[in-house]
Design a protein around this ligand. Structure first.
Ligand SMILES: [Zn+2]
Ligand SMILES: [Zn+2]
Length: 252
């Protein structure tokens, strides 16, 4: 599988790091993990079309992770620059039902795709809940951020990728990441700046070491968190550490 980082930033609007979004590709199947503002344009920038997106996973409903869903649904309903023929599968916590209904109160039918083109899969907030997404065997677990927050593990042909979403330190993420080939892990906090329900380099070190993952990609950078003191991680974690950049591609 191939990972393309579409957005390694946060809700801090900047030119060099888009809000969160990650594309995971196997053959013709493209799974989008989160779609913060600007992600749809990044998909076009890498030469793909919106038709190419087969499924969407939403980790939680903070605006930096979800707001491009609105123009996506609008474009899908009215065939704005693209025409969807096969349904899009959307995966999110069971709380998505309330969230989507609230969006429809605001945007009315403008964001309702034609019948049969949106397949919503509501996921229970259970540890290692198993699902199938196209060619992937996947597992989701609740993580310590918002009530609806889920992290996801994708497996294909013996390889595994985990996406933490936003989270604080929690056992659920460690269990989900066990022996993963690659862990995309949020890096919002720095030594001098700590917000609860996000991770610091020390947290990342402990999670990665305890889960025995092979490689990690630090992402979800704020300006204050991106000059990471890697020695704080290397103290504990001996695997490869990659610093995410927008449009970076990684083979897993
Ligand atoms: Zn975020
Ligand atoms: Zn968040």
């Amino acid at each position: 599988m191939k990972l393309i980082i579409l957005g390694s930033g946060t809700g801090w609007i900047r030119l060099d790091r888009n809000s969160p979004g990650y594309l995971v590709e196997v053959d013709d199947f493209c799974l989008l993990l989160d779609l913060g503002p600007g992600i749809l344009k990044e998909i076009l920038r890498i030469g793909k079309k919106l038709e190419d997106i087969s499924a969407i996973f939403i980790s939680h409903f903070h605006p930096d992770h979800v707001t491009d869903l609105i123009p996506f649904l609008f474009a899908t309903r009215y065939s704005l620059g693209y025409k969807r023929v096969s349904p899009i599968s959307l995966y999110a916590s069971e709380d998505f039902a309330y969230f989507y209904n609230s969006l429809k109160l605001a945007f009315k039918e403008w964001i309702e795709p034609p019948k049969g083109l949106l397949d919503i899969n509501l996921l229970p907030k259970l540890k290692k809940n198993k699902i199938f997404i196209g060619p992937f065997k996947a597992y989701t677990s609740p993580v310590k951020h918002n009530p609806e927050s889920l992290a996801i593990r994708l497996e294909h042909q013996g390889k595994s990728l985990v996406y933490s979403g936003d989270t604080g330190y929690c056992e659920e993420l460690i269990e989900l990441s066990e022996n993963a080939d690659l862990l995309i892990i949020e890096c919002s906090n720095s030594s001098g700046f700590y917000v609860e329900h996000h991770l610091s380099p020390e947290d990342i070190a402990l999670i990665s070491e305890r889960a025995k993952v092979k490689r990690i990609i630090l992402s979800h950078f704020y300006p204050h968190s991106e000059n990471v003191d890697l020695s704080l991680i290397r103290n504990k974690f001996k695997g490869e550490i990659i610093l995410a950049k927008d449009l970076m591609e990684i083979e897993i």
